[in-house]
Write a protein that binds this ligand. Structure first.
Ligand code: DMJ
Length: 856
């Protein structure tokens, strides 16, 4: 927990839900970073770390953990540590005392995971209790029916390595059985797999299919199992899936989820950050061109937002703004550099490192981004940051002689742990058994470079990669908001568009109605004056018109969701700028529906002071203390607006309301905006922000320690002032006060707050006007009931109305008022029932939950 400088211990912190299933009180970060230490040539530190693991780690804890996460991070970490420990021992200098102790621990852990496989299908339960196993009352787990494909299909490398290192074949057998079952269950006509599967029946629970969340490492492990184990059946399966991926999911430079039964239909309008590993896998496969294209698209998204948001739309807007410092893009960058030798990829790596140092580095490590748009932090540094990100970035810049062993002798697991390739010829009792001839002949064009190749692939053409990137160089910047477009490569390249764009549609224009009819879209006038659109593909004049209709409907849905989002206030940032923080700590804050709008005005900067009374519900008794400062007020007992008026009257220049609910945090609770009191709040001129208790206590602790604490209230964290950084050494409290005063002058001259992003957002506002037929209310929203109707009919619906409410970017912001008596104000003009909102966004929410499960 890099903001509070503590370890995260399961049970001692408020639960964050599924994401905590990675934590088993087994020193996760220490184990996950063992082999990174050797890669970084920190051999002495590795030796110490191994001793600590052996001395302190207990695997017999009464904790329910994710089988997938425990396998890739802990079992993989122990095996990676063991692999490099024996390598070092053999070299004769370090680890001479080592006697396979990490391997013994790995074996112990392996046996603890095995009860999870006690299903008729052989697919593992998603969770297990480390002490009590599964399905016993004490275990508190074992009732789950579903798991994600990646969760069940990402075991073979670790389990086979464990079997081959120890001679205990049971692990490899179990992992193979799970893979065999998934392969059997693939959708036979598309050769794709869904995101979630029932572990008892083998039915697909979620039938959408991509290369990111929930599936990603299943594909990765098929190819890598072939590399590590030399078993052709894995390569054949991988090639069959890869052919399907390239046929349906790949729409260069995009990778878009489709339905397994109807692979020509896109399943969503956004991509998730996990798919950024895919170009790296394509390099391993030898399919360089699409790898370069997708990587370039992702890099442009990163350049726009500094990091890759957890999800972004097909027109490259932020869909889910979090970024937990995921390593996938760095991984692909490393593989692409290895394949092409193109120094461009070193520049990419440099940008990644600069952004990490500039925006994520905090005094106790690197903090995840809560919101890439505001630059606010989350008190979280996941173990994969050290296991993968550090490793790949180091390796990207390392010369062969910088690494004390030959990295080519190893394969990276999905968590970047190193397993030696010599395992392929050790204890190989399971190999070759499953090779059958059920694999169909595939189009050869995907397999020009079937064998993984670690040599530079195009030594004679240094410009090869550049020539592929060149046409894509403006793909993100020049992109206009658009709906998803299900098109094949040729039409994508020729820029096919529906004959009528959603944004131009007028329900009163007869020509438009004629086009709709041709596309199989019918228009229903609802009693309340709204208009609903329904598409039945079978009613379209031709299949091309049906596809146009689908594009139109998808555009309309996208437009609708975009307009809903525009009505919401995005989260704000509270940045601590005084010593010793110097802008490094950025807290996610909820906005207010009243007072100064920080997105339209200059940020407010000032020292903080607690108000008296602390709840701010009556005239302040310490106006001299808050005068000219940002007042801290506790939530509760009166309206937010009343607090704002009281501190404003006392001369405060801003206010931060801190939640009175102890332990609350924006990590675990949905952020909301503070509503007014139902009266005119124009008299409130100062900016007001809300912090949950945990974020608020970071400021309160800082006051206790440093007395003078200065903060910046803004819509987006500002870059740290380089001068501040140079001054970043221990200094006396008086010095720090002086520094803070100087910094105040130097920074207060800064920046126009309407940044590029806001300009882009506001340019989208033109859409409601262009969508203003007389009988609609200028906005569109998805009609959940219709959208969920019989998919076999291949129809989509959208309705136009003025009641827009949205769950924005996983923040699930809501407006809250202090008292029940206050008017019910929501993000939109009217309140939409929560059931309806949830139905609208059900698919997104499910996907997000699955992403969390898969530790997206
Ligand atoms: C890692 O733990 C692994 O790479 C996993 O396969 C999915 N992604 C996370 C990091 O983002």
């Amino acid at each position: 927990m890099p903001l509070t400088c503590r370890g995260r211990v399961r049970g001692q912190e408020p639960s964050r839900g599924d994401v905590d299933d990675a934590l088993g009180k087994f020193s996760l970060t220490l184990i996950d970073s063992l082999d990174t230490l050797v890669v970084l040539n920190k051999t002495k530190e590795f030796e110490d770390a191994v001793r600590k693991v052996l001395r302190d780690v207990n695997l017999d804890n009464d904790v329910v953990v994710s089988v997938f996460e425990t396998n890739i991070r802990v079992l993989g970490g122990l095996l990676g540590g063991h692999s490099l420990a024996i390598m070092l021992k053999e070299k004769g200098e370090y680890m001479q005392w080592y006697n396979d102790e990490l391997l013994q621990m790995a074996k112990q852990l392996g046996y603890k995971l095995l009860p999870a496989f006690n299903t008729t299908s052989g697919l593992p339960y998603p969770r297990i209790n480390l002490k009590f196993g599964i399905r016993k009352p004490e275990a508190r787990t074992g009732t789950e029916t579903d798991t994600c494909t990646a969760c069940a299909g990402t075991l073979i490398l670790e389990f086979a390595a464990l079997s081959r290192f120890t001679g205990a074949t049971i692990f490899e057998e179990y992992a193979r059985k799970a893979l065999d079952f998934l392969w059997e269950k693939r959708q036979r006509s598309s050769n794709l797999v869904g995101v979630t599967i029932n572990i008892h029946t083998g039915d697909w629970v979620r039938k959408d299919s991509g290369v990111g969340a929930g599936i990603d490492s299943y594909y990765e492990y098929l190819l890598k199992a072939y590399v590590l184990l030399g078993d052709d059946s894995f390569l054949e399966r991988f090639n069959t899936h890869y052919d399907a991926i390239m046929r349906y999911i790949s729409q260069p430079p995009l990778l878009l989820d489709v339905h397994i039964h109807k692979p020509m239909l896109n399943a969503r309008t956004w991509m998730d950050a996990l798919l950024a590993f895919f170009p790296g896998l394509q390099v391993l496969k030898g399919d360089i061109r699409p790898a370069i294209e997708t990587h370039e698209m992702l890099y442009q998204v990163i350049k726009k937002h500094n990091f890759l948001p957890e999800a972004f739309t097909t027109d490259f807007r932020v869909h889910w703004a979090q970024h937990p410092l995921r390593p996938e893009f760095a991984e692909s960058t490393y593989f692409l550099y290895k394949a092409t030798g193109d120094p461009y990829y070193l520049e990419v790596g440099k940008t990644l490192i600069e952004n990490l140092n500039k925006y994520a580095r905090v005094p106790c490590g690197f903090a995840a981004m809560k919101d890439v748009r505001t630059g606010s932090h989350e008190d979280r540094m996941d173990s994969f940051f050290l296991a993968e990100m550090f490793k790949y970035l180091y390796l990207l810049f390392a010369d062969k002689e910088d690494i004390i062993f030959d990295i080519e002798d190893y394969i990276f697991t999905t968590e970047a742990h190193l397993l030696p390739l010599w395992l392929s010829t050790t204890n190989q009792s399971m190999s070759k058994k499953n090779t059958t001839s059920e694999y169909t002949e595939l189009d050869d064009s995907n397999f020009d470079w079937t064998c993984p190749n670690t040599q530079i692939l195009f030594p004679n053409d240094p410009l090869y990669a550049q020539s592929i990137r060149e046409p894509l160089k403006n793909v993100v910047d020049k992109s206009c908001p658009r709906g998803i477009i299900r098109v094949r490569e040729e039409s994508f390249r020729s820029g096919a568009k529906p004959p009528l764009r959603a944004r131009d549609f007028m329900a009163t224009n007869p020509e438009h109605l004629e086009i709709l009819k041709k596309m199989g879209v019918s228009l229903i006038h609802l009693k309340d004056g709204r208009v609903q659109l329904v598409q039945h593909a079978i009613q379209a004049a031709s299949s091309i018109d049906a596809e146009d209709g689908l594009r139109f409907m998808q555009e309309m849905i996208e437009l609708s969701s975009q307009q809903q989002k525009e009505q919401q206030l995005p989260p704000r940032a509270v940045q601590i700028v005084s010593h010793p923080f110097f802008g490094r700590v950025v807290l996610t804050a909820g906005p207010a529906q009243f007072g100064l709008d920080l997105s339209k005005h200059k940020e407010t900067r000032g020292f903080v002071a607690s108000s008296k009374p602390y709840n701010g519900c009556s005239e302040l008794t310490n106006p001299e203390a808050v005068m000219g400062k940002i007042a801290l007020i506790q939530r509760g007992q009166c309206m937010f607006a009343e607090k704002a008026r009281n501190i404003q009257n006392a001369g405060a220049i801003g206010g931060i309301v801190i939640d009175d609910n102890e332990g609350s945090s924006s990590d675990t609770a949905p952020l909301f905006q503070m509503a007014g009191d139902g009266k005119d709040t124009d008299d409130i001129k100062i900016p007001m922000l809300f912090l949950f208790s945990k974020e608020g206590s970071i400021i309160l602790d800082a006051i206790r320690e440093y007395e003078e604490v200065e903060v910046l209230l803004s819509d987006k964290a500002k870059d740290r002032d380089p001068e501040m950084e140079n001054e970043e050494q221990p200094s006396s409290e008086n010095d720090s006060q002086n520094q803070s005063a100087e910094q105040m002058t130097s920074i207060s001259q800064e920046v126009d707050l309407i940044d590029q992003e806001s300009l882009e957002e506001s340019s989208l506002n033109s859409h409601p006007e262009s969508l203003s037929p007389a009988d609609t209310d200028n906005a569109a929203s998805v009609s959940p009931s219709e959208q969920n109707s019989n998919p076999a009919e291949n129809h989509e619906t959208t309705s136009l109305d003025g009641e827009c409410t949205d769950l924005d970017n996983q923040l699930q912001e809501q407006s809250e008022t202090e008292e029940d008596s206050s008017p019910n104000v929501s993000w939109g003009k009217k309140v939409q029932p929560i059931d309806s909102i949830l139905a609208d966004w059900n698919e997104d929410i499910e996907a997000f939950e699955m992403m969390e499960k898969d530790e997206l």
